[in-house]
Write a new protein. Structure first.
Length: 200
């Protein structure tokens, strides 16, 4: 049985074994339980069954890249906050990561202290969402709340996008951010939380 505190979990997705080992050692030293994956495909294979935690993912993965992996998780109702690693600084990638609600965008080589700080920030988001649902609802932006309310009658992404004058992809980004901030696993749970909080 793990001796790590409940909820302090991270998933490192990177194709470099040395980097995974470095991150694993550093995070375990900070009291964070770590699971490693060498590709997006291996992480995605069972992500629904895993406990909530911070996902640390490299953008430049072979096969499905890091940001495409995060988009797949978001479409599938994943709620894990993420820290993105990048070997090449790219403004478009950083912007895309921001729209996905990524906690931090860290360029390689990086200081371990910076990575630990980013992971701690992500874990704090999860802790607040679990312990203070009302506070989590209050953390949504006005646009995120608007999108959440637009889903209340069961409308699909395309209908919500049309009604709000947004692209489907933008609605998916907002939806992913809401699920992550509220610490729930899918949109249905987000709507239940909003109803219980008096938003619906």
């Amino acid at each position: 049985m793990s001796s790590q505190p409940a909820g302090r979990r991270a998933y490192i997705v990177d194709d470099e074994p040395r980097l995974r080992a470095l991150v694993r050692h550093a995070l375990r030293g900070a009291g964070i339980e770590v699971e490693e994956f060498g590709s997006s495909e291996t992480y995605l294979a069972g992500h629904r069954r895993r406990p909530p935690g911070c996902v640390i993912v490299d953008i430049g993965l072979p096969g499905i890249d890091g940001l495409d992996m995060l988009e797949a998780i978001a479409r599938d109702g994943g709620a894990n906050p993420a820290v993105v690693l990048s070997g090449i600084g790219s403004v478009p990638s950083a912007v895309r990561a921001g729209r996905l609600g990524v906690v931090d965008f860290i360029e390689k080589p990086f200081r371990i202290s910076d990575l630990i700080a980013a992971v701690e920030k992500a874990l704090e988001q999860l802790r607040i969402a679990r312990s203070d649902p009302a506070g989590a609802l209050a953390s949504l932006t006005s646009r995120e709340r608007q999108v959440l309310l637009a889903f209340a009658d069961g409308a699909p992404n395309k209908t919500v996008a049309y009604n709000l004058g947004l692209s489907v992809r933008t609605v998916e980004f907002y939806r992913a951010n809401m699920v992550r901030k509220l610490g729930v696993r899918n949109l249905t749970q987000a709507l239940f939380l909003a109803r219980d909080g008096g938003y619906l």
